[in-house]
Design a protein around this ligand. Structure first.
Ligand SMILES: [Mg+2]
Length: 225
């Protein structure tokens, strides 16, 4: 499928711009559980169960906490993202490939923008020439992907025509709305499939148009045409 019309390249952050092997999310999840135990006054088992339930029902733990417990988002985000970033390695080849993409490059993450910038710095992806903008959950009015309103907010704020955009994301749920809006969709990671980029596509549904375990190689392939 052709990407020659794409003028805006939208990237998820977590487990998309760094490999899931870094297990950054395991650190964040431990802090989420600890936060919920503290704020809700529940034991660890209940906190873990609620966290999984909020993720499933609301898209993120934060969305569930805001909807059901009126938790202060800024306080929560600063706390759960206070983690060790030294587990991330710089990715110079990925930086080069992203810098070579024609048009605008932006990030749309369910984390907050301050956290995203720390991840980008640790990956060596913080050159201002790489990404035009970083849209965190606060720019989306605290609406998480996969909700349509989250995409509406970011596309509106960035002034993006989705027909000219491509979305790279590790959570297949988050590609449904981009596909419905006319974007090219690429599922990144999910390395349980074989090396063939088409292998295992069908199980996700038609909203996943491409799949790769190697984002850098995929982008280099696009650039070669
Ligand atoms: Mg992600």
């Amino acid at each position: 499928m052709d990407f020659s019309h794409v003028r805006v390249w939208i990237f998820d952050l977590d487990n998309t711009l760094y490999p899931p092997e870094a297990q950054l999310f395991a650190q964040i999840e431990r802090r989420m559980t600890a936060y919920m135990m503290r704020v809700l006054g529940v034991p660890q088992g209940d906190a873990d169960r609620l966290r999984a339930e909020y993720w499933r029902l609301h898209g993120t733990t934060l969305a569930g906490l805001m909807a059901e417990h009126q938790v202060d988002a800024t306080h929560y985000l600063a706390d759960v993202h206070d983690i060790d970033f030294s587990v991330l390695d710089p990715a110079p080849d990925l930086a080069k490939a992203i810098a070579a993409l024609p048009g605008r490059r932006i990030i749309h993450t369910n984390g907050d923008a301050a956290y995203a910038r720390r991840v980008l710095a640790a990956r060596g992806l913080d050159d201002p020439a790489l990404f035009d903008s970083v849209y965190g959950i606060e720019e989306a009015g605290f609406h998480p992907k996969p909700a349509a309103i989250a995409f509406d907010r970011v596309l509106g704020a960035a002034g993006i025509d989705p027909q000219q955009a491509a979305f790279f994301e590790d959570d297949p749920r988050n590609l449904a709305v981009p596909h419905a809006l006319g974007m090219r969709t690429v599922l990144v990671g999910q390395g349980r499939h074989g090396p063939d980029a088409l292998d295992g596509l069908a199980e996700h549904g038609p909203h996943v148009q491409h799949r790769t375990d190697d984002l850098t190689g995929f982008l280099q392939g696009l650039l070669r045409g």
